[in-house]
Design a protein around this ligand. Structure first.
Ligand code: ADP
Length: 500
């Protein structure tokens, strides 16, 4: 250290030494204590009394240091419960012992050591955890892969079930349509149609529940008359309402418009809401009102039934949840699916209910109005190749298309269709997506390779997969869902022959 002022030197001595605890023992040549000085009066070590002989423990240190030329330090000795550094300064004549209390420093060091130990333990545990985590991650990846496979299997299952159900129902509905044309005065074909819609709704309800969470479910908007839909709903539930002695009313405004919306799903929603209203109403009235405004379809289903307790209003939308006393039959799925469908269609659903007085379900769904769509169906001419592995569908559409003036060649597989295509000139090909020896997209690709300007129309009953990316650039004009909307089919075929 460079020269320090006297004031600083005093300060260091007084202030810094004040914080330390030490005892200075002066000894004569026979190791007898000549004096004992303490830095703090409270620090006392027993046995250190002037005139007595140094205790053995300290005397041994003194002896050990006796030959040293320099002062010696014995660090961290335990003395009467304290940790001390003992400095021995001496010669043969006399010696001084400075005992310095370093308990605090010792404790700090101990704590540091303890921490270091804990840290090393923690790092070991962390390493073990990391390896466990890596294992868990691997398992998670495996599980996710399994879940993805299961989900893909589920999608395939839904698609094939949907196809299995829709095809025969589409057949029934198509034949009912034909009957209607042949027997325009009979209500029987319409009853057949309505029952088919009901059946289709039940099947779709179940499939919709299975589809929950799937992202690629596509909507299938078609054009239809709002009055026809209202009329069908009225006719579908009229008998049921009458049997319960309920007043049942279906109204629609404005009159005579066509709208564009996924009709199958809209019917599903309506059938769920109206059948609930009738089931949960003992007396009074059930009314359904359709109103179209600003490209939105508003539906109100109102009843004077038992109503829903406020605490149950949210619960009624939970899957398989049924509330209220003495429930009639039901699976507790209708409202869950209704809400999912409305959401998928970009709409809203609201419920207001008063226990004992009745309920009102209000739906708003985006649904553009279609102008001037009531065109006649002038006769068409030309040859269509229709391919489907369902013989009933083939026979049905052979009649339907022939009624429109077309010649129809039918085939039930890709192989048969390719052979027929070689013999007949068929500029328009309608094919089912699922065929026994491949799919409709493949068939159309083969046929296009032979005749590049054919127009393809794909039909599917699976209703799940959005085929848009798959059919892009393959000359496929339209993708129609079973049950096929006859008007839409007519329009697509007419436009295909007109080269539009
Ligand atoms: P389900 O009718 O098959 O039980 P839903 O999901 O359609 O299943 O309905 C769930 C519950 O909501 C029903 O159990 C019934 O308690 C209640 N609910 C639905 N609609 C009405 C209604 N219009 N009036 C009174 N309660 C209703």
């Amino acid at each position: 250290m460079k020269r320090v002022s006297r004031r600083a030197a005093h300060y260091i001595r007084d202030e810094l030494l004040k914080r330390e605890r030490f005892i200075v023992i002066a000894l004569d040549s026979r190791q007898k204590i000549v004096s004992v000085n303490r830095s703090t009066p409270d620090w006392n070590l027993p046995g250190l009394i002037r005139g007595s002989v140094l205790p053995d423990s300290l005397a041994s240190l003194l002896n050990a240091a006796s030959d040293a030329a320099e002062p010696m330090v014995f660090p961290y000795l335990e003395l009467n419960g304290f940790f001390v550094d003992i400095h021995v300064l001496g010669d043969s004549e006399s010696a001084d012992l400075v005992i310095h209390d370093v308990s605090e420093a010792h404790e700090t060091e101990q704590t540091l050591q303890q921490r270091a130990h804990e840290n090393s333990l923690l790092s070991e545990q962390r390493a073990a955890l990391n390896s466990e985590l890596a294992e868990l991650n691997e398992e998670l990846l495996l599980r996710r892969r399994q879940a993805e496979q299961a989900s893909a299997a589920k999608s395939r299952f839904i698609a094939s079930m949907s196809h299995e159900f829709r095809s025969p129902i589409a057949s029934i509905m198509g034949y009912a349509d034909l009957l209607q044309t042949e027997l325009p005065d009979s209500d029987n074909p319409r009853a057949l149609q309505r029952a088919s819609w009901h059946l289709l709704t039940l099947v779709e309800n179940l499939l919709e529940q299975a589809r929950e969470g799937e992202e690629n479910v596509s909507l299938n908007p078609t054009h239809f008359s709002l009055d026809r839909l209202a009329g069908d709903i009225e006719a579908l539930f009229r008998t049921q309402a009458a049997a319960k002695g309920l007043d049942f009313e279906v109204t629609s405004s404005p009159y005579g418009i066509d709208v564009e919306c996924d009709e199958l799903r809209l019917r599903q929603i309506l059938i769920n809401l109206v059948s609930n209203a009738l089931r949960y109403t003992r007396q009074g009235q059930v009314s359904v009102h359709f109103k179209h405004r600003d490209d939105t379809l508003f539906i109100r289903v109102r009843d004077t039934g038992r109503g829903i307790e406020p605490k149950d209003i949210e619960r009624i939308f939970e899957a398989f949840t049924r509330v209220g006393e003495g429930n009639t039959s039901g699976a507790g799925l209708g409202l869950t699916i209704t809400r999912q469908l409305i959401k998928r269609m970009g709409g809203r659903l609201k419920v207001e209910s008063e226990p004992g007085a009745g309920s009102e379900f209000r739906v708003a769904i985006p649904c553009p109005c279609i102008q001037g769509e009531h065109d006649e169906m002038p006769p068409l001419s030309g040859t269509v190749l229709w391919v489907d592995d369902d013989q009933d569908i083939l026979s049905l559409y052979q009649v339907v298309l022939e009624n429109w003036g077309l010649r129809v060649i039918t085939g039930s597989s890709i192989t048969e269709a390719r052979d027929l295509f070689k013999i007949h000139d068929c500029p328009v090909v309608v094919t089912d997506m699922h065929l026994t020896d491949g799919n409709g997209v493949e068939l159309l690709s083969h046929l296009r390779a032979e005749q590049p300007d054919i127009v393809g129309i794909l039909i599917s009953g699976s209703g799940v997969v959005d085929l848009a990316p798959e059919i892009a650039g393959k000359g496929i004009r339209a993708f129609l869902q079973k049950p096929i909307d006859a008007e839409l089919l007519y329009k697509e075929i007419a436009a295909a022959f007109a080269g539009e």
